[in-house]
Write a protein that binds this ligand. Structure first.
Ligand code: GLY
Length: 371
């Protein structure tokens, strides 16, 4: 059942393994990458409570010792205080350049532990053990690591590719339905940006995979990671094509900022609504067929996901306020915000010159539907 992919980055190429029971085989899978039988695990308290025993047993089976730092769960961990605590903990534990750090958790832990590995002794290797769907299909692959600054999210960091990614699909069973579907927002994004066949597959198979079908979950993660791996191999540091992975993110980040980066709107929920808005904008600009945004929303609704601004509880800024948040988040060129737009489902492209009036009128119309 297990599937393997590789991210082709020459001497820094690595494998992504996707399937059930990987934690209990962690020792056998990680062992070949070790020069001595010990690892340093960075995780959070929630993941540790649920899954650390399985990881310990998997490493024990091959005689690999582990030391564990469990950080508080949540986005607030992804800043300087917990980052410096992590780096100092790794130094105190005498983690050396030949050792491996294991990033065991969701996107917060993957980004923070990856960045700690990037700077520790000018770079030690690390393994991603992503425990959320979002981390399995997006943040654990591609080498973006970092922490948040008071000035904004992910503003401090480094590109540092992992040595291996193990996406154990069993851990997804402990996610809430809401967290699972938020991660699924990133899965839908891959179909929308570059693979109409995958989007059609998701339309047919999404409900079954959300209900727990392991085979379909593995297939969705495999196809998502395959697309991301191919894009990263061609454009590791986001000089061009990698920006397509930000489909839905310009709108999504503004909505996250407007709602306080918390439980009102999860990152993947913002991305899903943002994808629908990016298709609205594309249709308004005459770039894609008028039916496409409706098809995107129909799938999100069928999956019981948020699809519109009216699905966000509480107050939102007006259109001007949202535009200001977008302009802060993304580079503005000659007063124009850069968007990822689409010529159709599976055909996204980078649009550098989107007229702000088109975005403003779309947002005004969508906000007016909130009543
Ligand atoms: N999450 C977008 C990227 O990795 O480029």
């Amino acid at each position: 059942m297990e599937r393997k992919l590789s991210v082709d980055l020459g001497t820094r190429a690595y494998e992504i393994v996707i399937g059930p029971g990987l934690l209990t085989r962690a020792g056998a899978l990680i062992g070949p990458h070790l020069e001595r039988p010990r690892v340093a695990v960075i995780t959070d308290e929630t993941v540790a409570g649920l899954h650390l025993d399985a990881l310990r047993a998997g490493l024990d089976a091959q005689g690999i010792a582990m030391q564990v730092l469990a950080l508080p769960p949540g986005e607030a961990t992804k800043g300087w205080p917990q980052f410096s605590r992590t780096v100092e903990w790794l130094l105190e534990r005498q983690v050396e350049r030949r050792d491996l750090v294991l990033a065991f958790g969701g996107g917060v832990i993957g980004d923070l532990a990856g960045f700690a590995a990037a700077v520790l002794r000018r770079g030690v290797r690390f393994v991603q053990l992503p425990t959320t769907l979002l981390a399995q299909v997006d943040s654990s692959v591609g080498g973006k690591t970092g922490i948040n600054a008071p000035q904004g999210k992910n503003l401090i960091g480094a590109f540092h590719q992992p040595a291996l990614v193990l996406a154990d699909t069993d851990v997804l069973d402990t996610l809430t339905a809401r967290d699972f579907l938020a991660g699924y927002g990133e899965v839908v994004k891959y179909g929308l940006l570059g693979d109409a066949g995958f989007f059609a597959w998701l339309e047919a198979n999404g409900p079954a995979l959300a209900a727990g079908d392991t085979g379909r979950r593995i297939e969705a993660i495999r196809r998502s990671c395959r697309m991301k791996a191919a894009i990263v191999a061609r454009d590791e540091t986001e000089e061009g094509e990698r920006a397509l992975l930000n489909l839905g993110h310009t709108f999504g980040h503004a909505l996250e900022a407007a709602t306080g980066y918390g439980a009102r709107l999860l990152h993947g929920e913002g991305v899903a609504i943002g994808c629908a808005l990016a298709f609205d904008l594309s249709a308004r600009l005459g770039l894609c067929a008028q039916e496409e945004p409706g098809r995107v929303r129909a799938h999100l609704r069928n999956m019981k996901m948020k699809a519109d601004l009216s699905d966000i509880m509480g107050k939102l800024p007006d259109a001007e306020g949202l535009l200001t948040l977008m302009a802060q988040d993304k580079k503005v060129r000659d007063g124009r915000i850069r968007f990822i737009l689409a010529r159709g489902i599976g055909q996204a492209f980078v649009a550098n010159a989107v007229p702000p009036e088109a975005v403003r009128s779309l947002l005004e119309e969508e906000l007016s539907k909130r009543g």
